[in-house]
Design a protein around this ligand. Structure first.
Ligand SMILES: [Zn+2]
Length: 347
């Protein structure tokens, strides 16, 4: 029997999973609907069933799962493997012993971590940070919400609650809109996908975005940041709206650069698909706003892994065993340096 690890990305609507060999090469991957209304116990059982199915697809089932990593969308206790608060799930999964149930079903150790921190780990190990020893990097996940992760000297910084790196909840406008976290004027209220799209819809309804109107046939429900980035070539106000959001992301990134001086800022999530207009604006704002030291060495890049960052990060997370010492100190730091990059994937 060949040993292999499993990475799982638990999302609000879909669960992705991948089986990888000891070198990190993906042997099989798939996804299932989350169906979170079923409740934690049944969702976790379906995850285990899915993993067992994927395992059977590898080498006629001749592989043995040695460990599992899973990214979870919310606050989790990484040491005890218990979820604390998943805001987008019914009942919020408070105090659900995730690792205990999955370990029982799969017969191996399971590690869990917040999903954006897991994606950060994916980008560090297998994406933009691949092969870079002692890299310091900040990862912005710009999607329905804005999350983040911070890597210092090659180690994912988690803090005592695994909650360090919430880059989307830094205050940008002291008297701004109320954020889901309870604060006012967080980056998320200005630069999340829905926040940018809402500005696009407003301009379209005022008759100020004719190209966007044409692209979505006047249906405001179809306005996305991707549609807006296409319309930006012809609608100057849509371009301005994107630049304004990108400017705020740039200010947030400048704060991170001033505090940590990372070598790399990585922009992920659906909003990052805006591409050059976003990346160039963020780079320009960093150059303009960070005055304490030269920023030539700070690169700004769109995520290399896209929506695969979560499941690949979970593979990296699987490849470790939690001990009494803290995760940040002992394990994630080690796996950040340990294995070879991912090879080609087979689906
Ligand atoms: Zn917030």
């Amino acid at each position: 029997m060949t040993g292999c690890v499993v990475g799982i990305d638990l999302g609000g609507t879909a669960i992705k999973a991948a089986v990888a060999d000891v070198n990190g090469n993906v042997l099989a991957q798939g996804s299932i609907d989350t169906q979170s209304h079923d409740g934690p116990s049944r969702v976790l059982q379906r995850i285990a069933d899915h993993v067992i199915q994927l395992r059977r697809r590898c080498s006629d089932g001749g592989v043995n799962i040695t460990s599992v990593g899973m990214g979870v969308p919310g606050l989790v206790d990484v040491q005890s493997g218990v979820s604390k608060f998943l805001p987008n799930f019914p009942t919020q999964w408070r105090d659900i012993p995730i690792t205990a149930q999955l370990s029982d079903s799969l017969g191996c150790p399971v590690n869990i971590l917040n999903d954006v921190r897991t994606a950060t780990l994916g980008e560090l190990r297998f994406g933009r940070g691949r092969g870079r020893r002692n890299l310091s990097m900040a990862f912005f996940s710009l999607g329905t919400g804005v999350g983040g992760g911070v890597v210092i000297d090659g180690r994912l910084r988690l803090g005592p609650l695994g909650a360090a790196g919430e880059l989307g909840h830094q205050t940008m406008q002291p008297n701004g809109r109320r954020c889901g976290c309870g604060n006012h004027g967080c980056l998320e209220t200005i630069a999340s996908g829905p926040a940018i799209a809402a500005e696009g819809v407003r301009l379209m309804r005022m008759g100020l975005a004719p190209r966007l109107y044409e692209l979505v046939d006047g249906d405001s429900g179809l306005v996305t940041t991707q549609q807006m980035s296409i319309a930006a070539n012809d609608d100057p106000l849509i371009r301005q709206a994107i630049e304004q959001a990108a400017n705020y992301i740039g200010i947030a990134a400048s704060n991170v650069v001033t505090i940590l001086h990372p070598e790399m800022i990585v922009l992920g999530g659906g909003v990052a698909q805006i591409g050059a207009l976003l990346v160039d604006t963020v780079r320009k704002v960093i150059t303009e706003r960070v005055g304490m030291f030269p920023t030539d060495g700070v690169t700004v890049l769109a995520s290399e892994l896209g929506d695969q960052a979560g499941v690949l990060g979970a593979i990296a997370l699987a490849d470790t065993t939690l001990t009494d010492t803290t995760l940040a100190e002992s394990t994630l730091g080690a796996i950040a340096l340990g294995r070879d990059p991912l090879g080609p994937t087979n689906t």
